[in-house]
Design a protein around this ligand. Structure first.
Ligand SMILES: N[C@@H](CCC(=O)N[C@@H](CS)C(=O)NCC(=O)O)C(=O)O
Length: 289
């Protein structure tokens, strides 16, 4: 390491608003709302407040999969939360998720509305409620283990590797090395497991796949951090096969479009209130109007 890295931490850390890289304008060391903002509400049983990041996409894929099974009670309104403009710190959003992160959900299908945050908890709630994408007996325990594996592992991929490889204002070899090592170890865990399993829990597609695919599947398909070559994803053959297989699912193709504000206009559906929106309200159609 070079001598330039001569930072000596002060006795007590101070908040330097200039020093947060790409996310400097929104990162804060304190929780709670920064402004008053009532959340919009639609008519469907579920109200989702989200953005099409990997954590957000887990939930929109789950809804689209449930609807594809013909479960009409899983109809949802998806509202856009622009985390780069600080929407996650609006008072209405913080009431649903005190942790100010997407995705956040209101289940208003019962007399008493339920708030939900943390994508793993949302997936589990929906799977239990509709008795879908969650196996029974021992397989259910295995499924929950992989779901929790994802929740614990992805911050190394996103907050660690992704942050230092793609977002940090400077490339720091120590940080990129440390997190590349861990992410490649995780990929090896997945690859070995998928050698004998079509999906994470055997031959059935479950919420474990729905949670893991938007991170490690997207990485494999080079849709995350543009890092497939750097991490030599093609050498993880079983992960590649699994990622490509899930990518073919119509519900997955729809789920990744919801609350998306980047990429080709025809792939961006900023808000979703109806199944027809995929055909009629993508950004290419709206800008034609
Ligand atoms: N463990 C949480 C993580 C959610 C999360 O980190 N969301 C990010 C986007 S992927 C976010 O809202 N970031 C906004 C911020 O950090 O202010 C989950 O899985 O729901």
């Amino acid at each position: 390491m070079s001598d330039e890295n001569s930072y000596v931490p002060p006795k007590i850390w101070q908040w330097n608003t200039e020093n947060g890289g790409n996310w400097a304008s929104i990162n804060r060391p304190i929780s709670g709302p920064t402004h008053d903002k009532v959340l919009a509400k639609g008519k469907h049983p579920f109200q989702l407040y989200s953005l099409a990041t990997p954590n957000g996409v887990k939930v929109t894929i789950m809804f689209e999969e449930l609807l594809a099974l013909g479960i009409k009670e899983a109809e949802y309104d998806a509202f856009l939360i622009d985390i780069s403009s600080g929407d996650q710190f609006g008072s209405g959003f913080v009431e649903v998720n005190p942790n100010s992160k997407i995705p956040a959900l209101i289940d208003q299908s019962n007399e008493q509305s339920i708030r939900l945050f943390e994508s793993g908890s949302i997936l589990f709630h929906l799977a239990e409620k509709f008795n879908a994408f969650l196996p029974t007996a021992e397989k259910r325990t295995e499924c929950m283990s992989w779901l929790f594996w994802q929740m614990g592992s992805a911050p190394y991929l996103g907050g660690g590797f992704g942050h230092f490889y793609a977002y940090a204002p400077e490339k720091i070899e120590y940080c990129i090395d440390r997190f590349s090592m861990e992410v490649k170890r995780q990929l090896d865990v997945l690859d070995k497991h998928l050698e004998d399993n079509d999906y994470m829990c055997g031959d059935a597609y479950t919420i474990a796949d729905i949670a893991i695919w938007p991170w490690y599947g997207a990485l494999a398909l080079n849709r995350l951090y543009d890092a497939a070559e750097f991490l030599d994803l093609k050498s993880y053959k079983n992960v590649m096969r699994w990622a490509e297989n899930i990518d073919q699912r119509p519900a997955v193709k729809r789920g990744v479009m919801v609350n998306k504000t980047w990429g080709e206009l025809s792939t961006q559906l900023h808000e979703r209130h109806d199944a027809r929106d995929f055909d009629e309200r993508t950004q290419d159609k709206l800008t034609e109007e």
